[in-house]
Write a protein that binds this ligand. Structure first.
Ligand code: ADP
Ligand code: MG
Length: 364
């Protein structure tokens, strides 16, 4: 089922504006991630779709139905909570089968379906235990299995992997992606972990302060962050964001056009998509990822301050006469602390943001 929010605002009693005039549309069958820092309104948005919170204003639609004022039970959605909320007196098998019992599925079929879903989440050995006899991670997987077993039309997941240890988390992530793909059920997945959102989602909404800052595919939000907030939030290493100024063209101070930016003494070409949108003297922020920085004879000079091992690459932090610049280097090319390097972004890998509002400068 399609899920659509139109101008949804949620104000909690008093004056906490958790959602601020937020609109978005999730396609039928889509795996959609809500990504943002703690407190940006992700849980509130999910609870508003589920019907556990009522929007202060705006409309929520599931399929063609306006569900804004409907109670949770009439929405045919299943939600997995951060704190899982299992029935303590029931076994794992009965917990998972519970929504099927509500749907009056025959007992044998219920048991088979619960066992199948449990096996997929590595819960097979625990079917006869009670929640208190499981670890936190196991309990969370039971909650996932219970929500899946009912085959809802919309699946709402609030940071379902956050209590799992690193290895299980990767396993559960892969399983979840496969399961969602197989079931084809519309899924809204909340996470503060950008890597998780990039790995799982068909599309991502990046949120800040109750607003959506960008909606796009993982590739779009990674390659073309729409503003410096998204640029700083997405990526396993933060993007370099350096202040600069557009310089007059042809080295003629009176020219009215520009094709270069001065960034800490380094001249970078104005990206094609920003041509004609900036003029001499405009203050901009040049954004480029550490992965796209290379050594260059005419680059920014810096001194190696920190080297962090990332596995196959290392992240190098250079202190320059201006702000720090970060780059990644292959593991066998690690520079020594204190060494001097000259670096520049690879051609075509710089994005230009407006210094005043932080928005990407592009001609569409
Ligand atoms: P997230 O899930 O992204 O961390 P939340 O949706 O939980 O964010 O919270 C968004 C904002 O709303 C925060 O400022 C939070 O303190 C506030 N908030 C959440 N729930 C309530 C509530 N029941 N009453 C008052 N304020 C709330
Ligand atoms: Mg939350």
């Amino acid at each position: 089922m399609r899920v659509a929010l139109e101008a949804v605002t949620k104000v909690y009693d008093g004056d906490v504006r958790a959602l601020d005039d937020l609109s978005l549309e999730i396609a039928d069958g889509e795996f959609f991630a809500l990504l943002g820092p703690s407190g940006c309104g992700k849980t509130t948005l999910l609870r508003t779709i589920a019907g556990l919170e009522t929007a202060t204003s705006g409309t929520v639609r599931i399929g063609e139905r306006d569900v804004t004022r409907l109670p949770p039970g009439d929405r045919d959605v299943a939600m997995v909570f951060q704190d899982y909320a299992l029935f303590p007196h029931m076994t794992v098998a009965d917990n998972i089968a519970y929504p099927l019992r509500l749907k009056k599925v025959p007992r044998a079929e219920r048991r088979a379906k619960a066992a199948g879903t449990a096996a997929g989440l590595s819960l097979g050995p625990y079917l006869d235990r009670r929640p208190a006899q499981l670890s936190g991670g196991q309990q969370q997987r039971v909650a996932l299995a219970r929500a899946m077993a009912a085959r809802p039309t919309v699946f709402l997941l609030d940071e379902p992997l956050s209590n799992l240890d690193a290895r299980l988390r990767l396993e559960a992530r892969t399983f979840l992606k496969k399961l969602q793909h197989d079931l084809g059920v519309t899924t809204v997945f909340v996470t503060h972990d950008q890597a998780e959102a990039l790995a799982l989602a068909d599309r991502i909404a990046v949120m800040e302060d109750g607003c959506v800052r960008q909606i796009g595919t993982p590739r779009e939000v990674f390659q073309r962050p729409a503003n410096i907030f998204v640029a700083g939030f997405i990526g396993s290493t933060p993007m370099n964001l350096l202040e600069g100024e557009c310089v007059p063209g042809d080295g003629d101070p009176t020219s009215s056009w520009t094709d270069e930016i001065d960034v800490a003494g380094l001249r970078l070409p104005v990206p094609e998509e920003a041509t004609g949108l900036v003029g001499p003297g405009d203050k901009v922020i040049a954004g480029f990822r550490p992965e796209y920085v290379q050594e260059a004879a005419d680059g920014i000079e810096g001194r190696v301050e920190i080297v962090e091992n990332l596995g196959t690459t290392s992240l190098v932090t250079l202190a320059t006469s201006g702000p720090n610049v970060q780059l990644t280097v292959p593991e066998d090319r690690e520079p020594a602390i204190g060494a001097t390097m000259r670096v520049a972004p690879r051609p075509g890998r710089t994005l230009l943001y407006r210094a005043d509002d932080g928005d990407l400068i592009e001609d569409y």
